[in-house]
Ligand binder design. Structure first.
Ligand SMILES: Cc1cc2nc3c(=O)[nH]c(=O)nc-3n(C[C@H](O)[C@H](O)[C@H](O)COP(=O)(O)OP(=O)(O)OC[C@H]3O[C@@H](n4cnc5c(N)ncnc54)[C@H](O)[C@@H]3O)c2cc1C
Length: 458
């Protein structure tokens, strides 16, 4: 990064990874400009605040953020406790965002709609590396403003872009017009969103952990509101991947959750439809009819899409990116996390080199850096931003030595058919993800440029 430019570094998104990036920038004497679309920091996590994380506090805190917080008298939560999403926001992200050092550099209600090189479109190469970036922002006051920055760290996550219900990667026909019948991906069916689900016919689509969590919560709701009907559509020919191994499962949390779903199906409390690839939705006055490719139909009042997430690449249309063609993660990272082949693998810690794109000083970090793979862990993201910020500060040595204390872990995509045999430490809660975490941490580290293999442990 050309420090002589004396411009800030844009951080897109004030989630845990964006705020961590800001803390690292401050430690390095660089100036963050944090742009958050939501009204508060942690706006995406706030949407799933009722879900418990599967990794304990010790892996959910960034070291630079903690140093900043502790200087103001903040006390860290019990390291082994498993927080709910809401606790992560209330007890960590909100206090962090409120610190004067962060608050003065954080703009909320600031949605980034485009990133480009100032005065250059994607085709221009001459002087590209030394040209600042323009970040276009739609502000909550209705104004659209361009911000000139020296570098960009995109930590905007994937929460705002759920995968469509259609099986081909496209929205099912009629999905857009049926939008008012489709809920958020992880509704709080026994709490905040109860009224929309109580006594209704609810169709859950998908075979990941978010589906399992929603199904069991709906079953809890149905006990109190017996009119509630639970339908469940999965694309594959069985729900075995969600059930896991029951009590004998190598992953106790997955086994428990999956076992409970299986019992609910067997007891007739959940109506399971296998081999159901959604092709169209027809919104009627009283309900929505969901049709499968083979012509079967299901009527529901509400559809819960548990179909995973994908990155918003539209805002990066003018940036030169190098992405894995399948996963949409940085090219070198993609093969290491592709859920079709790595249902449960330890991703080597990686930093600036692996996350770099042809446009110098531009990085995608955090959940978004994993593209369509559902296996991201916060601890990985914190190490990403430590390395990226070191690289931006010109400290190549620190950027290249990537170390990570992680639970000896892989996170399984149950949609991809988890086959992990590492015992889990905690309750699975992720979106289409189960945690294959062993209780003891493992410290791994190597220069990022060399890290193509799987790290030891899994
Ligand atoms: C239900 C669930 C459970 C999970 N459990 C765990 C767990 O136990 N352990 C673990 O390590 N990981 C877990 N994860 C995975 C991951 O750690 C989280 O998704 C985490 O929130 C990712 O952090 P992030 O900062 O990358 O993105 P986010 O938390 O999604 O933050 C992105 C921020 O960017 C903002 N934003 C989006 N678009 C724009 C834009 N265009 N302009 C400006 N701002 C924008 C959003 O409003 C948001 O505040 C879980 C994920 C989910 C969904």
């Amino acid at each position: 990064m050309d420090a002589a430019q004396n411009l800030p570094v844009a951080v897109i998104g004030a989630g845990p990874v964006g705020l961590a990036a800001a803390a690292h920038l401050l430690e390095r004497g660089l100036e963050p400009l944090i742009l958050e679309a939501g009204t508060t920091a942690g706006a995406a996590i706030d949407q799933w605040r009722h879900i418990r994380l599967f990794s304990p506090w010790r892996f959910n805190l960034d070291a630079a953020a903690v140093r900043l917080l502790e200087s103001s008298g903040w006390e860290a939560p019990r390291p082994t406790a498993l927080p709910y999403g809401g606790e992560l926001v209330d007890n960590y992200l909100a206090p962090l965002a409120a610190l004067p050092e962060i608050a003065s550099r954080l703009q909320t209600g600031a949605r980034v709609v485009a990133v480009t090189r100032a005065g250059m479109d994607k085709t221009h190469t001459r002087n590209r590396d030394t040209t600042p970036f323009t970040v276009r922002v739609e502000h909550a006051d209705g104004e659209t403003r361009d911000h000139t920055v020296a570098a960009v760290i995109d930590a905007s996550g994937t929460w705002s872009r759920r995968n469509p219900l259609g099986t081909s990667g496209l929205p099912a026909i009629g999905e857009d017009t049926a939008a008012d019948r489709i809920s958020a991906p992880l509704p709080d069916v026994t709490g905040r969103d109860r009224a929309a689900f109580a006594g209704r016919r609810v169709l859950v689509v998908g075979a990941g952990h978010s589906a399992a969590n929603t199904l069991t919560s709906l079953a809890d709701l149905a006990r109190e509101e017996p009119e509630t009907r639970i339908l469940w559509a999965v694309r594959s020919d069985s729900a075995a991947k969600v059930y896991g191994g029951g009590d004998a499962d190598g992953l106790p949390a997955r086994g428990q959750l999956g076992g409970r779903v299986r019992r609910l199906v067997e007891a007739g409390k959940i109506e399971l439809h296998t081999g159901f690839g959604t092709s169209s939705l027809k919104s009627l006055d009283s309900h929505v009819t969901v049709e499968a490719a083979d012509g079967r139909t299901l009527d529901a009042d509400v559809v819960v899409p548990c179909t995973g997430f994908r990155p918003d690449l539209d805002i990066l249309r003018e940036i030169r990116l190098e992405l894995d063609p399948a996963v949409e993660a940085p090219r070198e990272l993609g093969p290491l996390i592709d859920p079709e082949f790595h249902s449960c693998g330890t991703v080597p810690p990686h930093g600036a080199r692996i996350l770099a794109h042809p446009d110098k000083d531009f990085y995608i970090v955090g959940m978004k850096s994993y593209g369509r793979a559902p296996t991201f862990l916060l601890a990985t993201g914190y190490e990403q931003v430590r390395s990226v910020v070191a690289a931006l500060a010109g400290d190549r040595e620190a950027a290249d030595i990537v170390q990570l204390e992680l639970p000896e872990t892989g996170v399984c995509s149950t949609d991809a058919g988890s086959s992990c045999d590492v015992p889990a430490a905690a309750t699975a809660a992720g979106p289409d993800a189960g945690c294959c975490a062993a209780p003891e941490p493992v410290l791994v580290g190597f220069p990022t440029g060399l890290s193509h293999g799987r790290s030891g442990g899994n």
